[in-house]
Design a protein around this ligand. Sequence first.
Ligand code: SF4
Ligand code: SF4
Length: 361
Amino acid sequence: MHGRLIHKSDILKIVDHLRKSFIVYAPFVGRGRDSFFDEVTDKNINTIAIHVANPYYPPKRFVLPHIQKLFKITTGDAPAIEPVEQDEKIAVFGMRSCDVEGVFHTDRFFLGNAFGDGYYEQLRKNLFIVNMVCTDTGSDIDEDCFCVCADAGPATKAHFDLQLMDLHDESGDFIAVAGTLAGEELLSLPFFHNASPHHVARRKAVLSEVRKHFKTATSWYSAATNFITRGKISDATWKKVGDRCLECGGCSYVCPACTCFTVTDRPTGNNTFDRVRVWDSCALSGFTRMAGGHNPRKAVHDRRNRRFFRKLGHYFIQREFTMACVGCGRCVRVCHGDIGMPSVVEILRRETAGTVSKEIL
Ligand code: SF4
Ligand code: SF4
């Protein structure tokens, strides 16, 4: 690994440098546990949070905004369609490894098949990612994080432009690694200096110490994938999960690996409209409602199971190479019914394992 060092007192120089070419977003501390990504300005730059709880509102919004204007429509005597330009260059400083993997997942969904999504592609090619590895066990990681089970963290191996990691020693240095040529160019700036094999060894030691602090370090994903793919989960088990869902859609909205959207027209004047795409959620009844009002998935459990088919089913894993969960823990934190990913995986395994064992015997 080719690493360079940067002292913590110089970290914000990276942000300053990026601001010459990008609109830069970084994490800030809000009230209580709250944290959020905001645009960096001269006024707030010194309050950027390096070690902070991961914001609920996931940075997938920089490639898939929760409301995205696609084009403008004019009706009447002079009908017209006017494209909406999306040419802003955005750099996100301090994106967590789980969210970097989340963006890689949305890349595969929107760009990985025969037909790419031009709107996504435009935003993605203008995005620069500075990944901050979670190393502060008091603030970066909480009891709901389980990226280690999803092979997404605490230090992702790729899909960032630049990765920074606090070495937590008396030197006050962070080790930096480039993931792209654009990231490599940053490493030649004067505030970076050479790392030695000692620093690379220190990086490994910090990571192995951090891994010990995850409350959930093993998961039953493989059992859930097996049972879902083979159709072994009973209706009663899905109903048990569905009965706990309040249909708020929160789990989908906060998920960095959820990709569903709907498209609608919003009036902006007497004969003008914006065609927009907005995030959607399989938890909501409107998600499967058809023209005329018929809903083939009226019962909530019939819709709730889609989330887990989609994220853990073998067919999708084969197509996208990984399951559609990066272990960020957001759905655990926001769900009123305690049916975030780890709880459901556990319910599916517990309720199904006995039945499958009997079949084998
Ligand atoms: S967050 Fe929980 S209650 Fe809300 S839609 Fe998702 S599963 Fe249902
Ligand atoms: S399913 Fe839950 S834990 Fe997994 S990536 Fe989505 S929000 Fe995070």
